[in-house]
Design a protein around this ligand. Sequence first.
Ligand code: RP5
Length: 165
Amino acid sequence: MNETIQVGVVMGSNSDWETMRNAVEILQQFGIGHEARVVSAHRMPDTLFEYAESAAGRGLAAIIAGAGGAAHLPGMLASKTTVPVLGVPVASRHLQGVDSLYSIVQMPKGVPVATFAIGNAGAANAALFAVSMLAVNNPALRAKLDAFRAAQTAAAEAMTLPPPP
Ligand code: RP5
């Protein structure tokens, strides 16, 4: 298969995969060409720079970056590319991801990172947001997104609760 890669999914460690796979699964569901790999800000800084510097030239429309703890990966990517960076705070062992969230969201003026919720919902929503961006100029993709939302609405409307005791 030789599909065009439109979205990069990167993470600080393979320990982030269980969270970040939620992003990949959404991209697969919508048929978006993507790649997923470990790019650690602290353990692989030169690779981080290379990834960011080559992103626009490779045609990436968005980079979804997940990291935990001192989560510098999304911000450092954003400092080296103008490709939109969507940051996902991964739940950390000791501070449950509040550290990751603060590390990602508190960017200085001029270098934006779109920051999502901690954990699985954030990873899935980052991917859905990337799909929304791609759908701006792609009516077929927008139709898929509308169908996704409609199915979600129907599922919520069909929810029932146990009878009162
Ligand atoms: C961060 O450190 C990674 O994003 C991961 O969330 C966290 C722990 O990494 P490991 O020690 O599990 O490799 O850089």
